[in-house]
Structures are given as C-alpha cells and as structure tokens.
Design a protein around this ligand. Sequence first.
Ligand code: ADP
Ligand code: MG
Length: 504
Amino acid sequence: MARAALMDFDEALERFDPVIGLEVHVELNTTTKMFSSAPNPANSAFHGAEPNTLITPVCLGLPGSLPVVNGTAVRYSISLGLALGCEIAPSSRFARKNYFYPDLAKNYQISQYDEPIAFDGSVEVELENGRTFTVPIERAHMEEDAGKLTHVGGSTGRIQGAEYSLVDYNRAGVPLVEIVTRPIEGAGADAPALARAYVSTIRDIVLSLGISEARMERGNLRCDANVSLRPRGEQKYGTRTETKNVNSMRSIERAVRYEIQRQAAILAGGGTITQETRHWHEDTGTTSAGRPKSDADDYRYFPEPDLLPVEPTAELIDELRAALPEPPAARRRRLKGEWGFTDLEFQDVVNGGLLVEVAETVAAGASPAAARKWWTGELTRVANARETDAASLASPAQVAELAALVDEGVLTDRLARQVLEGVAAGEGSPREIVEARGLAVVSDDGALIAAIDDALASQPDVLAKIRDGKVQAAGAVIGAVMKAMQGKADAARVRELVLERAQG
Ligand code: ADP
Ligand code: MG
C-alpha cells in the first residue's frame, strides 16, 4: 500500500478549515442484553466469557424468537440523553437497518432511525489549552451491538487473505447508545484535540452516570471520526471521510490530525476526496480506505414490527432528571479547587483519563497528592508496560490503602511500588500483599543496628571519615544497610542510626 502524501499540519490549517463530526458508541453495562435475557458481556461480571456462551435464540435471530426491550437500558439511555442536554422523545421507535451482517444473524440491526429517544443537545468541552467549546449533539439513539468475527490465517487479521472466519455471538445484542454530533465548525488547529477532549468528556459523563464501564480497550466506548476540509472562507462543507473504531483517546487525536493532513494534500493537488470509511492503523499512525459510503446508502430502514414504541412517562423523565449527577465540567472545577492542584497537576490527571479514579481514591481517604501520584505516576507506568490502562489494574480503594500504608510508615515508596505490581497482578489487597510477600519496612531499630554495626565494621575507612566529620561518607554505609535489609528500611532512620553508631 502506497503511503499517502501528507501536507504539513500548520500549512493545511492555513489553507483549509476542518469540520469534524463524531459518532460515539457506548455499550451499556446492564445485566442482560438490549432485547433478550442473555447476560451482557459489556458488564464486567460477564466480560471474557467463552465464545457463544452468552446467547439466547433472540441473539441468534432464530425463527420464532421475539425481542423484548430492556427497561433498564431505556432508563440508562434517557439519563444519558438528559446529561447531554437533549430533549427526550415522549414516543420513539425502533427500526430495522438491513444489511449483510455475518456477525448479526438476523441480517438486520435493530436501531432507531427517524425517531431517536434523545435529540438536540450540547456538551461543554474544555481543551488542555483552556479553550472551551459547546459541541452540538444531533441525537442519541438506542441500538444493539453486532457479534465479533475473528479472521484466521493470513497476516493482517482482516478478512482479505484469511483462510476462514470464526464468529462469536456473545456481543450480538449488547445494548448500545450511539451519540451523533452535528458538524463541528470553528475548531481550526484545535480540531484533533477537540475530538479527543469530546470523547473524554463523554467518558466522564457515562462513568458519572454509572451506565457503562467505558473502557475503550474493551470496546465499551468506540468512536468514529468524520473529517472534511473546506477552503478557508468557503461556507459549503467538503466531502467527509469516516475513520472507524479508533480505540484510544490518543488515537482519536492522531487520526483526525492525519486525515486533515492527508485530505489537504489531495485537495491542494487538485484531487477530490472520496466519501468512504477508513481504517485507523495504530502501529503506523495512518488510515487506509475502507468501503465507499454515500449519504444515500439504502439500508431500507422500516419500523421494527416486533416492538412497541418506547413511551416514557413525564414522571419517569423528571425522576431521572432529578437523579442526574453533577455535570463533569462543573465537577472538574469543584475538584480542582478542593484538591488545590495547579493547572498542570490537574491536567496530568485529566489527560490520563483518571479523574474518576483519583476522586474515588480521595473519597476513600487518601490525600489528593498521594492519589494523583499513585494513579498518574506509578500505576500508569505499570499500565503502559502491560499495554493496558491504569483503571483496569487497581481499584481506588486499593490505591487508598496503599497510600495509607506509606503514611503509616509500613511501606517506603520503593516497597509500595512493589506492592502495586502485586495489586496489578491480582495478588490481592495491598495489606495482603505486604503480608504474603513480606514487604513491610523493618521498623525495629534492633535489626537495623545489627546491620549497621556489620556494615561499619566491614568499612573501617568510612567509619574513620564519619568520625572526622565527613558525614557525606555515610552514604556508602547507608547503601550497604539498605541492601542488607532488601530495601525494607526507612533510609532517613538508617542515616540517623548510622551517625549515632559511628560515634559510639
Ligand atoms: P453515517 O450514517 O454516515 O454514520 P451519521 O449521521 O450517523 O451518518 O453521522 C455522520 C457524522 O458526520 C455526524 O456526526 C455529522 O455531524 C458528521 N458530518 C456530516 N457531514 C460532515 C462533513 N461534511 N464534514 C464533517 N463531518 C460531517
Ligand atoms: Mg452513524
């Protein structure tokens, strides 16, 4: 595949005005699926189940099976719609979207089309550089997820060149809400960062509602990024491409940036943009052509005859509105003040996508500084090494317990890092790991003094220097003692004792 020509980003922005549109799919964490009683793998309790074990005849579209709407999924969707500032339709309807779906055996997806449950909202989004945007939301509608295909043989994991494909219907029928923005104009060079910050804000919202696990690496939150360019000063939108299923916050930003540079090079060379879907390649940081997709694609939508319209009462909507949590933007401002973080410290937390985790760790008793340190520093490092995200490795309660052990002097920072590795490896709670691995700091001076006396005896030259008042020489002895104690000593206390014993 030939590498696409790219225009320098700044030059692209001088000549063209980017317009973006974001489609975010949120998998709801209900106990059962959208239209059947099958367990929902988007709920952590069922995540990772054996293929084709979370299914009923409805998930497989077997003849004679009938869908039933999951009431909890409807309530979650209404709450999400309200949190997005949307109107909630007093009556909305499911529709069949017909397509060839090897991973959805009915060959149609039950979705919503002309009557979505929520519409006309907006979301406040704040960028790292402090700029704020109001992103207009066109609609949020309910639908079901498709199953998963695994293409076996061949080198790319794609269907081209594969020998055969396996299908797992566990995901078929998982409740989804698709949130669609109106075209977003005026972001200019901030368009890539805005795309990322928007998805991050949606994640904050669904987490604060508790309606999704919102893990991008698991596909609980998926984003399709539409990008088009128009010459500066032009009103009419250019032709868009839709980059599918970009699976991390960082990749969203990179994918939008890449598409701006790619399209700019084509347009500047007199070419035209093909309206198509594109695949994002994480390894190369590029996109490649998927399928052509015109606005007139004919899915033969028609009202789903097996389901009644969804008609929430005004009382239900009021009840859900009253129960909405504090909006993420307001909560951020409040937390930043309460924690006393600098802008940089706060951004560190927000950029790591760890606001919820840090807040819960503080609520569990840790100081804000300790919560930030363990989440954005140490756990993120462990997570990067394991190619996963920090939130999947430890719970806020575990991190708070770890911070308490450091505060109590049971652990030094160095030992706490080892405990954290144990937590990440699923060995139990910090206290259990300290016990099992024997990691607690040796606070008994007797044991320390014995080690110090040994070290001083074996380094008489150092001992002489200390006695001469060259206290910096003590470093060598302290090092030897820390080594003898396998790091399980408080270095400051060791230093005190070394100086004391040297005089002795
Ligand atoms: P599709 O069926 O292609 O997924 P949707 O209506 O679900 O269509 O989503 C299209 C997305 O693209 C919306 O977010 C919309 O605002 C956005 N969009 C439409 N036209 C443009 C354009 N010219 N440039 C950028 N984004 C666009
Ligand atoms: Mg769409």
